[in-house]
Design a protein around this ligand. Structure first.
Ligand SMILES: O=C(O)[C@@H](CO)OP(=O)(O)O
Ligand SMILES: [Mn+2]
Ligand SMILES: [Mn+2]
Length: 513
């Protein structure tokens, strides 16, 4: 296929690069970033919405890497899984869901238990504790005899040190519904590990499935021994009066995973189901998930996904434009699967480069992560004439931001600044434009008030807008100012316009140029 001339470019996602007031808690403002500062002065710059309704989340909800990259790719807001779950609750559709009703009536009839497994916080990135209210109400209405809550503590999307508070809230929700009791408590570092290292997952499966592991007599006691914070609360089994584990999984029980976001729960879901179905003590269990998961096992979902077709990947393929996708492990799916609309095909016009690196380094000690190698790969791809578009994610600001360590995050931002300079120079030499954009805020807010009102280190995302800077190729093809106000939905139309193509018909966003 012959391809009409195009203006080659680089789409650079700076993960977790938000824009907020320049306070002491703003690691981005505190960092020494001569390169980004100069680019923002010299080239058209704006700040676009990356959270809440603008991208397809519930109003006021912080952005996240999945919806951020999905909307960057789709060129339109996409109703995210959390919003679709909420709609299912508000409309009564969840309550009426035939598979849920059938499963719960079966449990009542056979005197079996329901197990709810999910993140117990209101961070709204992976789950929302309020969804428990609806699920427990529905279980109570079906007179399910026993409902066990396998709570995962957060400390990342919400302030650290709040786990006990959220577990009390879960208990209050259960008391109001007249169903549900916490059976196990596990930190998300174990339960939501996605590194593939089953060493984290196994103790969670042992606690949930078999009631094996350290014990505590109540949920709060499980949170008190947490020297490494809520994220790393050891998988703990709660015991009843006779000192036996409360909610181990028995033959005929049902497991409902309550996270709406799949990426971090799927490793546990697969491992738990493998263990239950073909482990040393096989049990027949029904499995359901609140939203659709990308698990190996096919788990029926109570709420489906929004259609994300017709985005940047489809347009690039349609125009025969080659793209190279580059990121290190932490964000590799984001520049492939998510930016392509949760489509795991690799089109013929795409190259996917996952930069090798350490699996789980201590990010506070190594805020540079594998950025040097990511930058090398971007520089190499930028030099290739046949590559129309390089799409890369620089993960440091977000990943190090999540540690809640402001000093390390300042350094992550400074490493990123230097990487941007290397990429800018390489792009300029190759006559490429560079579009810089954040996918959601994070590092511009490194402290947040806990339930007691006192500020605590905060490693979570924010609702702040994200910067967009368009660095032009030598012969400027840019206006002085970008169109305002913009959102992440405007990025794909901008990229296509810069490439010299028309935004796709499915894109409701508009070019910022
Ligand atoms: O690490 C994660 O799972 C979330 C925060 O909970 O961050 P991101 O959306 O950037 O993946
Ligand atoms: Mn992100
Ligand atoms: Mn993040």
């Amino acid at each position: 296929m012959t391809t009409a001339p195009y203006n080659p470019g680089v789409l650079l996602v700076l993960d977790g690069w938000g824009h907020g007031p320049a306070t002491e808690d703003n690691a981005i403002a505190r960092a020494h970033t001569p390169v980004l500062d100069a680019l923002a002065t010299k080239y058209p710059t704006t700040y676009v919405d990356a959270s809440g309704e603008a991208v397809g989340l519930l109003p006021g909800t912080v952005g996240n890497s999945e919806i951020g990259h999905m909307v960057i790719g789709a060129g339109r807001p996409l109703e995210y899984d959390s919003l679709l779950v909420q709609r299912g609750i508000d409309s009564g559709a969840l309550r009426e869901h035939p598979l849920l009703s059938e499963t719960l009536s079966g449990l009542a009839r056979e005197d079996r238990a329901l197990h709810l497994v999910g993140l117990a916080s209101d961070g709204q990135i992976h789950a929302h504790i309020e969804h428990l209210r609806e699920l427990l109400d529905i279980a109570a209405a079906h007179q399910v005899p026993r409902v066990w809550i396998h709570a995962i503590t957060d400390g990342r999307d919400v302030a650290d040190g709040t786990a006990a508070e959220y577990l009390r809230r879960a208990e209050a929700i259960a008391a109001a519904a007249g169903a549900g009791r916490i059976a196990t408590v596990s930190g998300r570092g174990y339960a939501l590990d996605k590194s593939g290292d089953l060493g984290f997952t196994r103790p969670v499966t042992a606690a949930i499935a078999d009631g094996d592991g350290p014990r505590a007599s109540n949920a709060e006691a499980a949170t008190t021994n947490a020297p490494r914070g809520d994220v790393w609360i050891e998988p703990t089994v709660l015991t009843g009066e006779d000192d036996t584990p409360l909610g181990a999984i028995a033959d005929g029980d049902a497991v409902l995973f309550t996270n709406f976001r799949s990426d971090r729960i799927q490793q546990l879901a697969d491992h738990l189901l493998d263990h239950l179905r073909s482990g040393p003590h096989p049990r027949h269990v029904t499995a359901l998930s609140l939203a659709e998961y990308d698990t190996r096992a096919s788990i029926p979902a109570l709420v489906g996904r929004a259609d994300a077709s017709g985005g940047l990947a489809d347009e690039l393929e349609g125009h025969g434009l080659r793209s190279v996708r580059i990121a290190e492990k932490e964000k590799f799916e984001h520049v492939t699967y998510y930016i392509n609309g949760r489509d795991d095909r690799r089109r013929e016009t795409e190259e996917h480069i996952q930069v090798a690196g350490d699996t789980a380094p201590d990010y506070t000690a190594r805020p540079e992560m594998n950025l040097g190698r990511v930058t090398d790969a971007v520089v190499n791809a930028a030099a290739r004439d046949e590559v129309a578009l390089v799409i890369a994610n620089l993960a440091n600001i977000d990943v190090v931001g999540h540690t809640g360590d402001a000093e390390a995050t300042v350094r992550a931002t400074e490493f990123t600044d230097q990487a941007v300079e290397r990429i800018r120079v390489a792009a300029e030499a190759a006559g490429r434009w560079v579009l810089l954009v954040g996918d959601h805020g994070n590092a511009e807010q490194m402290a947040k008030a806990g339930p007691d009102g006192k500020p605590r280190p905060y490693g979570g995302h924010t609702t702040n807008p994200v910067p967009v800077i368009v660095v032009s190729a030598p012969e400027s093809m840019l206006p002085d100012r970008l169109v305002e106000p913009g959102t992440l939905a405007d990025i794909a139309p901008t990229v296509l316009t810069l490439l010299g193509r028309t935004p796709g018909p499915a894109m409701t966003g508009r070019s910022l140029t």
